[in-house]
Design a protein around this ligand. Structure first.
Ligand code: SAH
Length: 566
């Protein structure tokens, strides 16, 4: 919950705008300001104060308890020009809150946490549990001193400008070691603990067993990603409670799935009870990995039979492949999600001209693998290979990366051992449509006129089908120096079914600085206006030009009315 506090009329107006934008996440604190701040500080995870920073500093100073528990505090000035992350930049999320509130209010976010200011992610913001000399090693990173990465387990980290060697170290490990001097430990979620339990097994017994098993194997409980079991045990209180206490999900598999997994220590008891010869080992191994602790049973002080079993597996690192559409060109048509994924990736793969489009957004330390035109298959292969090594990779494309672009060659290469995250982008047809008016108001199709990978007969058949079905058509890759007869030919086919007065929109470099466009007709279009940076949208028989804009009605009734009127 975000507490909102204001003192003046202008502050209250801005406060109300934020409350309206985030109705479920905000609570307005009225009344005397000092008291409102105190209450909000106690009750909320975050505060936005429409007050001077000085006033807020004085009010919250006596309330401060510590970096990990204090709420994040953002101040917005009277004129609404700045959203200042005052307290809890990372831990309290104030930096992100300042950016988000800034976006809603049109205020500039002011972030002073050093790592955010220089684009290096704080070691405590990588999404992994962290131990050791966080402040010291972070300072070294900021000062540009060499910090080495010791990755005992490969894991897809965001980019950090690591050096090959250094006096400071970041160790990525799931072993139960203590951080050395000038060292930070990052705990990857690399361990899966398979658990079995008889009905009524106490939480303490399950938890004690898991902790003993990890300790004896020299593994850190902070690297446990999940508990896994058979789905017959999904509501078993001992397992549910243990997962809750560890702060991890309880994942379940069917007995059938578990029975199919080969394990070193099968037994008859679970086979009779739940239908699989192994629960703990099989559930731990269900998604692959290396068995590091074979099945063991709990020990009971009262000498009664054990009620719980567990086994531990180190799962293979899952690399991350984000396929990111950059939109048609304009920076503000790049989605916030695309921006976040670009900063999340430690390896960026793409065509050099697209890399140039977003280079300034990348974090220091991002490895850039750019290549020239063509080489598509190779780019796709590189991106997938890097992800399979356990890296966080972003593969970029203009517009939407799935439209005549990299997503399909990449996913054709990818196996199910990596996570794939698709980030949609504004494709050229949509960017152009917004320039032209409303040409896509009814059924529409995109057709690429490039016969590089597709025989012309196939393209022609599709153009003909669209022509016969009276569908609005957007041509991608319409015309290049060496490929100039295809567009007139395609327009000719459409003209067999549509009047010469049918509106046609031509948009070049949509959303880029040298954007140009015109609305013309099927009869008057001059192919010389068209090049490879252009899309051409041909209306259907109901499309009209109204006030210079291309409009395709939602249905055909307008047309009838127009004809009746004539
Ligand atoms: N993935 C891209 C399309 C790649 S095919 C997308 O979703 O937009 C390349 C073709 O897209 C170009 O030949 C051109 O026809 C079209 N195109 C891409 N960006 C464009 C822009 N900003 N303005 C006009 N056409 C564009």
């Amino acid at each position: 919950m975000i507490g909102l506090i204001s003192a003046t009329a202008a502050g209250a107006a801005a406060r109300d705008r934020l409350a309206a934008a985030w109705p479920d996440r905000t609570r307005v604190y009225d009344g005397p300001v000092a008291d409102a701040v105190r209450r909000a500080f106690a009750e909320c995870e975050q505060l936005v104060c429409f007050l001077a920073t000085g006033a807020v500093v004085r009010l919250v100073a006596p309330l401060l308890a510590g970096k990990t528990t204090d709420p994040g505090v953002v101040c917005v000035d009277e004129a609404g020009r700045y959203a200042v992350a005052l307290l809890g930049g990372h831990g309290g999320g104030a930096n992100d809150l300042a950016r988000a509130a800034g976006e809603v209010l049109g205020a500039e976010p002011v972030v002073t946490t050093a790592t955010d200011a220089v684009g290096i992610p704080g070691l405590d913001t990588l999404g992994l549990p962290v131990e050791g000399d966080v402040a010291g090693v972070t300072r070294a990173l900021l000062d540009g001193e060499p910090v080495a990465l010791a990755a005992e387990v490969p894991w897809p980290l965001p980019p950090v400008p690591f050096a090959a060697e250094g006096a400071h170290t970041v160790r990525l490990t799931d072993r139960a070691v203590a951080a050395g001097e000038r060292e930070v430990l990052l705990r990857p979620p690399s361990l899966v603990v398979g658990v079995g339990a008889s009905r009524g097994a106490p939480v303490e017994e399950v938890l004690g067993l898991v902790e003993d098993a990890l300790r004896d194997a020299g593994l850190s409980v902070r690297s446990v990603a999940e508990l896994a079991t058979v789905d017959a045990k999904v509501g078993e209180p001992g397992l549910v409670g243990a997962a809750e206490r560890l702060g991890v999900p309880l994942v379940t598999y069917t007995a059938e799935e578990l029975a199919a997994i080969e394990v070193p220590n099968p037994s008859d008891a679970p086979l009779a009870a739940v239908g699989t010869p192994s629960v703990a080992e099989a559930a731990a191994l269900a998604r692959g990995g290396e068995l590091v602790v074979p099945k063991r049973k709990s020990e009971r002080a009262d000498g009664q039979p054990a009620m719980a079993t567990c086994a531990v597996v180190r799962r293979p690192a899952r690399g991350r492949l984000a396929v990111v559409g950059l939109g048609p060109g304009a920076r503000d048509l790049l989605t916030p999600r695309a921006r976040a994924e670009l900063r999340r990736a430690s390896v960026l793969v793409g065509l050099d001209q697209y890399v140039d489009q977003i280079r300034d957004l990348l974090r220091p330390g991002t490895r850039i693998l750019e290549s020239g035109l063509g080489a598509e298959e190779e780019r796709a292969r590189t991106a997938v290979a890097e992800a399979r090594k356990g890296q966080a990779v972003a593969l970029i494309g203009s517009g939407d990366a799935g439209v005549y672009a990299m997503a399909s060659p990449a996913l054709a290469e990818a196996s199910d051992d990596i996570d794939v995250i698709g980030v949609p982008g504004v494709t050229a047809a949509l960017a152009a449509a917004a320039v032209l008016g409303a040409p896509l108001g009814h059924d529409h199709v995109s057709i690429s006129l490039s016969d590089l990978h597709t025989p012309w007969e196939v393209i022609e058949r599709r153009v003909r089908a669209a022509a016969e079905a009276d569908i609005v058509v957007t041509f991608y890759n319409p015309r290049s120096r060496g490929r100039d007869w295809q567009l007139p030919k395609a327009l000719g086919i459409l003209a067999e079914h549509r009047a010469p007065t049918t509106p046609v929109g031509v948009v070049r470099q949509a959303s880029r600085p040298d954007e140009s466009s015109r609305v013309t007709t099927l009869g008057e279009l001059d192919p010389a206006w068209v090049d490879m940076m252009t899309v051409v949208t041909v209306g259907n028989t109901a499309t009209r030009t109204i006030a210079g804009r291309m409009v395709t009605p939602r249905g055909y009734r307008w047309q009838t009315t127009a004809e009746e009127a004539r």
